[in-house]
Design a binder for this molecule. Sequence first.
Ligand code: DGP
Length: 114
Amino acid sequence: MEETLFQKIANKEIPAQIVYEDELCVAFRDVSPVAPVHVLLVPRKPIPSIAAAGTEDAELLAHLMLKVRDIALAEGVSESGFRVVLNTGVDGGQTVPHLHIHIIGGRSMQWPPG
Ligand code: DGP
C-alpha cells in the first residue's frame, strides 16, 4: 500500500520541522500554522482517522494523549492553554487521511469553530 503523506514525513522522505519522535509517533510543525504554536502529532501506524481506530489501538491512543501533554509543555502553552483538534472525515474538514492531532496555542481561541 502506498505511504501516506504523514508516513513519508515520519520516515523523513519529506522534510518537516520535527519537534518530537519515538517508536510510536512523530510530531512536527504544521506547514500552514493557524497560531504561533501549531504542531501535528501523528502515529507511525497509518490509521486513516479516529473513526477508523480499533480497540487494539487503545494503548497507542493513550500514548498520543500523553504526548499532547508533553508537547504542550515543551511548546510553552501548557499553562496559558491550547486546543487539541482531530479533524475527522469530510464534515470534519480532514484533508490528510492519516490520523493526526493538531496542537494549537499561543493565542486566544474562539468557540464555536468555523
Ligand atoms: P486536516 O485538515 O486536519 O487534515 O489537517 C492537515 C494539516 O496538515 C493542515 O493543517 C496542513 C498540514 N500539512 C499538509 N501537508 C503538509 C506537509 O507536507 N507538511 C507539513 N508540515 N504539514 C502539512
